[in-house]
Design a protein around this ligand. Structure first.
Ligand code: SF4
Ligand code: SF4
Length: 419
């Protein structure tokens, strides 16, 4: 395993600042969980004291990739970049385990996900996952139990299949948006995706949602860089003709903005990726930049907000979602303690590391409950799923919503334009 950023690795002076912000360290008080422990591990690999094998990979995967350590490191050690590079090196040297290869292959196939969603939706409507959890909870393997509780509320029809039957895509007086319907939003949170579309068309944008593939975040996280690059190229081809590329999934948005780094050594795509990443925007960023019309419908709710890691640290977006929520008449906004601390979902981490994920998620649920909010809002489908599961586990009735759902509800209540 080789490091392109070897000098960055040895910048770590072991000060320990990263331990105070690492949600896993805070829950376990285990050095190996924090960036300092992982950096020490990689230093040992880099100078030949330790062989890079499965045990090193297991330690590196004890990580949410939340970025809190990198953001708070006084020596500017790019910890998460180093961990991703090491994961890629290990994937190249050791290959990936079969279940992970299967997961990543499934995520590369929109056809497979299209086929799987309606049966999943029917099972959910019949209450099968809930019954299995209630009746067999203790007997099920941890990963299966975590998988059942981590399922998004699958719609019977994906966002794209619903949108293509609508009579209009908007009048386009302010231009056309290429909407990136990420896997989770398209197949798991179609209603929220529809709310995003409603807001954009209501502002005068024509919205088109061409067929895209997975943004590549899971492939990059597991170290399958070539698959991530292949997906990036496909998405660039699908959307590069649009002046604006907008997504409402924090993870997808961070990935689209990273394509310029991912493809910087590809002579055919370097410039295209650079331009594409500059055009990509999260919906909250886009609405604020384009001066969204103030919603008029009264929504008398106490609302709090959870910052997705891929939005607050991945894209530096913190004020815009709050600005949108505070603009809704009737909303009483309340800040929660540790709003920008990871919720513990971290993509498939909640299934591969259920105990760690739940311990972090329980802390987040406690902070949400302490606000006495009626609704907790977040712009990431993975966070929405984790928040819903963690709040339900505590018997809380607090609703979990995407910011566009609340905004669209206010516009609708105020008789705002939607097409
Ligand atoms: S990674 Fe940064 S914050 Fe953590 S111990 Fe090293 S220098 Fe300190
Ligand atoms: S990325 Fe997050 S979970 Fe991983 S070591 Fe850094 S702070 Fe801890």
């Amino acid at each position: 395993m080789e490091f392109r950023e070897l000098a960055a690795l040895f910048k770590c002076n072991k000060c320990g600042s990263c331990t105070s912000v690492c949600p896993l360290y805070q829950n376990t008080v285990h050095e190996g969980m924090a960036a300092r422990g992982k950096v020490a591990l990689l230093e040992a690999v880099a100078d030949g004291r330790l062989k890079a094998g499965e045990s090193v990979r297991a330690k590196l995967e004890d990580c949410l990739l939340c970025g809190a350590c990198a953001t708070n490191c006084p020596s500017f050690v790019p910890t998460t970049d180093l961990f991703l590079e090491a994961r890629a090196g290990l994937a190249k040297d050791l290959g990936l385990p079969v279940p992970i290869r299967m997961l990543l292959a499934a995520l590369r196939s929109p056809a497979l996900m299209s086929l799987g969603t309606p049966p999943l939706a029917l099972l959910q409507r019949a209450g099968i996952p809930r019954i299995m959890l209630e009746q067999l909870g203790g007997l099920l393997p941890d990963a299966v139990r975590a998988g059942l509780r981590s399922m998004p509320p699958a719609p019977l029809r994906s966002f794209r299949s619903q949108a293509e039957h609508l009579p209009t895509n908007g009048d386009g007086r302010r231009g056309t948006v290429g909407y990136f319907a990420g896997c989770f939003m398209n197949w798991g949170y179609a209603e929220a995706a529809m709310a995003t579309r409603t807001m954009l068309t209501g502002m005068g944008f024509r919205v088109e949602a061409p067929a895209v593939v997975c943004c590549g975040v899971p492939h990059r996280a597991y170290g399958d860089i070539e698959a991530a690059r292949d997906l990036a190229r496909k998405n660039i081809v699908a959307l590069e003709a649009y002046e604006h590329v907008v997504t409402d999934c924090a993870s997808c948005g961070a990935a689209l903005k990273e394509y310029r780094h991912l493809l910087k050594d590809d002579p055919d795509y370097r410039e295209r990726a650079e331009k594409f990443s500059r055009c990509a925007a999260d919906i909250s960023e886009f609405l604020v930049k384009h001066e969204f019309p103030k919603p008029e419908g009264h929504i008398p709710l106490r609302v709090t907000y959870h910052d997705p890691c891929h939005l607050v640290r991945g894209q530096g977006i913190k004020s815009q979602p709050r600005e949108i929520l505070k603009a809704i008449p009737g909303v009483e906004y309340v800040e929660m303690q540790g709003a920008d601390v990871c919720c513990g979902a971290a993509g498939s981490f909640c299934v591969t590391h259920p105990a760690l994920s739940e311990s972090v998620g329980r802390d987040k649920a406690d902070h949400v409950i302490a606000t006495k909010a009626d609704v907790v809002v977040s712009g990431c489908p993975s966070c929405l799923t984790q928040l819903r599961a963690m709040l339900a586990a505590k018997g809380s009735k607090i609703k979990v919503m995407h910011p566009m759902e609340l905004l669209a509800a206010s516009c609708k209540a105020g008789g705002g334009e939607s097409k």
